[in-house]
Design a protein around this ligand. Structure first.
Ligand code: BG6
Ligand code: MG
Length: 229
């Protein structure tokens, strides 16, 4: 397709570039058990793309313990979860880049398009370094650069702005429901990775199905439909 129709492609990190979404889950589950709350993978879908403190609040609500801790205690709990999570990150290597991602990035770069990263994680640079992807993205927006977490559009809009991209002509790729909402609130084309992301403009079950030819063709259909409305 004519790639001039696309300004930029912005990737989420956890769960799209690498399977750290699972490590976040394991770390939260361990922390939750310490305060007698059980969480499972179904509940975990609600934590994806959500900031650290907001995730803790959702877990405490799930266990009906939202009024049982002071802010200081909650900060200590969030820090403890992060320590569990960082133990997993120590073992992360470039082998942990999810299937299809390197090929997708290569195809987008070959098309001459800029790529960005939009992650609300404060560990984003540690993860990128471990995967040896620190120089891959033209611009990285992490938790330090935005005030609001997904589903607010701030993070994707910031990435587009820094890449001189019009959001209406840009693509976002996400594995989280909050992330898809953030992309849609930015007026971008939303690519979802996961079998529950029905608000996506185009959806696959897993990263190995992400194919640039198909994504750009789906984007083109979306742009054409929008222009005749
Ligand atoms: C997001 C993850 O990328 O980052 C969330 O999807 C996580 O699960 C959030 O809570 C914040 O991450 P961190 O590393 O700052 O605790
Ligand atoms: Mg994610």
């Amino acid at each position: 397709m004519d790639e001039k129709l696309i300004d930029a492609v912005i990737f989420d990190l956890d769960g799209v570039i690498t399977d750290t979404a699972h490590y976040h889950f394991l770390a939260w589950r361990e922390l939750a058990r310490e305060v007698d709350i059980d969480i499972d993978e179904v509940f975990n879908e609600r934590l994806k793309g959500v900031s650290r403190m907001a995730s803790l609040e959702l877990i405490l609500q799930e266990g009906n313990r939202q009024n049982d801790f002071t802010l200081r205690e909650k900060e200590t709990m969030a820090e403890k979860k992060n320590q569990h999570y960082c133990q997993f990150l120590k073992h992360l290597t470039p082998q942990d880049i999810l299937p299809g991602i390197v090929e997708l990035i290569t195809a987008i770069k070959s098309a001459g398009l800029p790529i960005g990263l939009a992650s609300v994680s404060r560990n984003a640079s540690t993860v990128l370094n471990a995967l040896q992807l620190e120089d891959t993205f033209d611009y990285v927006v992490d938790a330090s650069k935005v005030k609001k977490s997904k589903p607010d559009p701030e993070i994707f809009l910031t990435a587009c702005k820094q890449l001189s991209a019009d959001p209406k002509r840009s693509i976002g790729i996400e594995d989280a429901s909050a992330g898809i909402d953030s992309i849609k609130a930015s007026d971008m084309f939303a690519v979802g990775v996961g079998n529950t992301l029905f608000k996506s403009d185009y959806r696959v079950d897993a990263t190995n199905e992400l194919n640039w030819e198909v994504i750009s063709a789906e984007y083109k259909k979306w742009i054409e439909i929008k222009s005749v409305r």
